[in-house]
Design a protein around this ligand. Structure first.
Ligand code: ZN
Length: 277
């Protein structure tokens, strides 16, 4: 996939050694169509392979960072199959097999790839980040939020046990993770900062400049040491059981989809529309 072909993201070079990838579907509140996810993945891969880049900023246009998975997306993963990056298969199969395959590749797989990108990544977040949107923000190493940023996982309201890349307990701690899921209330930027989920909260007008300033400080360091520092922290988290726990939560998530399909004939509980978050 060539940069010139990107339709849903913009790739910028705001400074030496820094690439800024901008989600650019503001009319859809940066909902994650298949195309957006794979264009983002391609841009991140390119940043990783470019030895002249030492840090990546992930930003978004418009008032909100991302409204989550694009439920109106008509494209199928089978349409984009040349871009599949995992080793799973069966995207065109029937029932739970296809659903699991698609989500294992596109949600669990992509977010995990991005989390393991061998360069520092910084999410630059404004407005609402809903459900699947968390799976773009959380894989980043650092998060800078504007004061108006809010974070929500409303999947329980839809009869599902949490977003696919289930990092909630590691982001927020066990109690707040449960409250976030049980109530489907927004977590404010201030609360996210207090709990360690967000590194910095800044005024909306300073969000881009502050984030770039942070990146500029990072890129002055030796890249190999940055890569290995990231590996070391990620390894510490994985040795706490993060990845194994995520396999369990992904299986439970798939059980929810299968249950909803059997009971309601759809992947999510249709009563969701009447329920407030
Ligand atoms: Zn799902």
């Amino acid at each position: 996939m060539r940069s010139a072909d990107f339709e849903t993201i913009v790739v910028e070079h705001p400074a030496d050694k820094v690439v800024r990838i901008v989600l650019n579907r503001p009319d859809a509140r940066n909902a994650q169509s298949f195309r957006l996810l794979y264009e983002l993945n391609a841009a991140l891969d390119r940043a990783a392979q470019d030895d002249g880049i030492s840090a990546v900023i992930l930003a978004a246009t418009g008032p909100h960072f991302s409204s989550g998975h694009d439920l109106r997306d008509t494209e199928k993963l089978t349409d984009l199959q040349s871009d599949v990056v995992g080793t799973w298969c069966g995207f065109g199969c029937a029932g739970a097999e296809a659903r699991m395959a698609v989500e294992k590749e596109m949600y669990l797989g992509l977010s995990e790839r991005w989390r393991n990108l061998p360069k520092p990544t910084i999410a630059q977040v404004q407005g609402k980040v809903i459900a699947g949107g968390l799976m773009l923000v959380w894989p980043c190493d650092l998060i800078v939020a504007s004061e108006d940023a809010q974070f929500l996982d409303n999947t329980v309201t839809m009869g599902v046990s949490g977003a696919e890349w289930f990092n909630h307990p590691f982001e927020l701690g066990v109690r707040k993770a449960k409250e976030m899921l049980f109530t489907a209330d927004y977590v404010s930027a201030a609360d996210a900062h207090r709990l360690g989920m967000v590194n910095h909260v800044v005024a909306a007008g300073e969000l881009a400049s502050f984030t770039l300033g942070l990146a500029l400080r990072i890129v002055q360091k030796p890249l190999f040491a940055l890569k290995l520092a990231k590996e070391a922290v990620n390894a510490a988290q994985d040795n706490q059981g993060r990845w194994n726990a995520m396999q369990t939560s992904f299986a439970l998530h798939q059980l929810c989809h299968s249950h909803n399909q059997q009971v309601h004939g759809s992947l999510i509980d249709p009563g969701f529309v009447q329920r407030k978050h």
